[in-house]
Design a protein around this ligand. Structure first.
Ligand code: NAD
Length: 289
């Protein structure tokens, strides 16, 4: 690291709170070192209160950009100059790029989801997806998948504070993309099972399956997965094998994934926006895991 940093090094930040647990600094700094790029990535504890000054510092310090995470993903929008079109539809930002003082916001989670499937040689474009969840990850996945060409999407959520968001996601997809989206209540188990069984891919973007819900899964009955060629995708990556994945594997589903590939590819997409280079994803996977 010390060999790389000099008077020309460009800084990239991560602005969130809490953030000390993040793997992103290790991911990006190792990728910069591997490719010999003169960038450094640092995490900053930034709350909604300190966000305006932090965003201004991107301009003042001529930083190349920043990642943005909780609780700042929505609050940052009015502080930026531009949003890319998909990000405008998603309504949340996880990456900022500074082009000579002009700050543009992007969201790379949905791109990471789609790319991680491409990496496995699986193309969900033109097919039907059933998706559980309409929070940050669920929204990014739904909108990116619809923009990229998923033909039909059944979005499930429970009646909690994210229900209206699920409704909004369905409306915006139907209005602005060629995908036909429908809204469903997770409580209707017969409907849930039928939609999963008629889908090419089932993706879970809820908090179920990760700490403190790591012993739970929304689908407990392996007979719900009656097609071994189906894709079952859990966005959770800690634990590495979630309860949902165990149920799908028990059912004999061949394509069962956790969220590790998505996490790496969302980082790779941000890396490309800042540097113009492909992140060495296989190398980073070895470094991190
Ligand atoms: P969020 O808080 O924005 O959304 C949570 C979602 O889970 C909502 O749809 C909510 O209704 C649903 N939910 C919560 N508890 C539930 C329960 N008991 N039963 C049914 N639904 C429930 O969170 P987020 O940031 O969107 O994260 C959601 C998941 O996505 C997490 O598991 C997280 O690990 C994962 N994620 C993965 C990546 C990745 O790169 N792989 C990136 C971001 C998030």
């Amino acid at each position: 690291m010390t060999e790389r940093i000099d008077g020309h090094t460009l800084l990239i930040g991560l602005m969130a709170y809490p953030i000390r647990h993040s793997m992103s600094p290790t991911m990006h700094n190792n990728a910069f070192a591997k490719l010999g790029l003169n960038f450094a990535y640092l995490a900053f504890e930034i709350t909604n209160d300190t966000l305006p000054a932090a965003v201004q510092s991107i301009r003042t310090l001529d930083m190349r950009g920043s990642n943005i995470s909780m609780p700042n993903k929505q609050k940052i929008i009015p502080l930026l100059d531009k949003l890319d079109p998909a990000t405008e539809m998603i309504g949340a930002v996880n990456t900022v790029v500074n082009d000579h003082g002009v700050l543009t916001g992007y969201t790379t989670d949905g791109i990471g989801f789609m790319k991680s499937l491409d990496d496995e040689g699986l193309d969900i474009r033109g097919h039907k997806m059933t998706l559980a969840g309409a929070g940050g990850a669920g929204t990014a996945i739904a909108i990116q998948a619809a923009l990229d060409g998923v033909k039909e999407m059944s979005i499930f959520n429970r009646h909690d504070e994210f229900w209206d968001n699920a409704k909004r996601n369905v409306d915006i997809i139907n209005e602005k993309t060629d995908c036909k989206a429908t809204l469903h209540d997770l409580a209707d188990q017969d409907d849930y099972k039928a939609e999963i069984q008629s889908s090419f891919i089932y993706a879970d973007a809820t908090s179920v399956g990760m700490n403190p819900l790591q012993d739970q899964t929304l689908v407990t009955d392996p007979t719900w997965f009656n097609n071994p060629d189906q894709i079952v995708f859990d966005t959770v990556y800690a634990p590495r094998t979630t309860e949902l994945m165990k149920v799908a594997e028990k059912a004999g589903v061949k394509h069962v994934f956790n969220g590790l590939g998505m996490m790496l590819e969302q980082g790779a997409a941000a890396f490309k926006l800042w540097t113009g280079k492909e992140m060495p994803v296989d190398y980073i996977r070895e470094v991190l895991f």
